[in-house]
Design a protein around this ligand. Sequence first.
Ligand code: NCD
Length: 527
Amino acid sequence: MNVFKGKSLNVISDYSIDERRYFFRKVKELKDAIISSDEKKLDEFRINDPDFGIYEVFLENSTRTRESFRNAAKFHHAKVSELLTENSSINKGESFADTFNMLTGYENSIFIVRSTVEGLTKWLSEETKEYASRNGLKYAPSFINAGDGKHEHPTQELLDEFTFLEDNDMSFDSIHVALVGDLFHGRTVHSKADGLMLFDRVKVDLVAPDELAMPENYVEKMKENGFEVRSFKSIEEYIKSDDVANKWYFTRPQLERMGDKILQKAPLLRGAITFKKEFLPLIDPNTKFYHPLPRHKEFPTIPSFLDSTPFNAWERQAINGYYCRIVLISLISGKVGEDYVPKEREEEKSEKDYIVQVKPENTSKHSNYSEGVRPIKEGIVIDHIDKGENPAEIRKHMALVSSVLKLDDERGGEWISKGQDGRYKGIIFRPGYIDIDRKSLKRLAAVAPGSTLNIIQDGNVIYKYRTHMPPRIYNFDDLECKNENCISNAKNKEGIPSMFYKTKDGHFSCAYCSTFHSFKEIWKKGK
Ligand code: NCD
């Protein structure tokens, strides 16, 4: 079985570390074959089928990604098309689903899509599968994310990693890299949070002024992934520090994505992330500079005096983009990859254990109830909502729990109790029969993980459940990703239901755009 055949690439982690290591070995083979004009070897990679449809859809500007993909697709002697989006029905208010479903019907197997909307290809790869099956098509297409808003740029990540590897003697042991520039808007650096896991030991230095700093969720993700992370506000500050990296990855200040307020500060911000001649004697002469490009002709952060120096790795990096994209298409088409033996992925934790039924304590007359909880004869008590120092916050949280569980119209009340450790917790009680089904329990686990639900009958707790954060939350129509650029956000009017995955450190990450949410933030505003 070929695990790569038909496999979409929406975010870099869609391809496991082991799969990427195999991919890079193949890219090396192809690059060597191109350089030595080994036609026989090249044919092993080539699809060579004029009916194999590869479709480019670029809803945002691009030169390198679009053209390297177009050239890579042509290498394959396949059917290569491009949707001219400025003249398409997307501008007449057509949904992305309708547009791509239709193109799917015209015998297209791979879509390469760039957009400002985040999570688009993830959604489309699910949607077109259903379309293909409804219409009895013999295939469902695969999607390659060629950059989605500020989210990810997984194919750039592949070519960046390949270039790092070349400068690492193809060793996966360790990497120390400085990310310099607009770390806030740059999707290529966001993909590094999962991408650099390719290496066994990772040190990342973030060099950016506050206005362009790496968003907190990516910094957290890097730490979760075991990276050593340091932050600096400018190159000047960075080169004075100990242990400066010998790989510097620059990104362009993305002025087109910035508001007027930040624009006024542009010269200052550029200054902090632009390499100057006077820094040259202060860095290791073996240092390599990388850049996803483009550079600005007037204000390049890697000035052109560096072009013909050994620091220049960005040109080779851009050429590697062509090789990486050829191999990616070979793999997805199934032309290459048959000899890959998949490593077993870590077992997914089962969905069951986030609601645990526990034995109710003895509720005889003599038992000790915590402050405020008097036994109610019939009804429910939700206990252990939050634990903390701030009663006002807990009260707000209880209002959210009550609303999410639709308990606002019931009798009863909320209580804040102080434990022996001096910390507060919230308790909601609702007398009378209230039907709490499995779905409501899942909602409780998502909105108040750590809480317990007691169901009381005849003055006795007959059922007690302890909740933990669910690994995945979906299928509720009051969920919403707070990122307005996300394909699932109501602002985009695509009618896509929200879905979240639990992260290692207890956040909910949007399944489409990866934005981190606390368990209080995943519910529609006003809830
Ligand atoms: C980047 C992009 O579009 O994300 N360029 C690229 O694809 N090579 C970076 C940028 O626009 O600055």
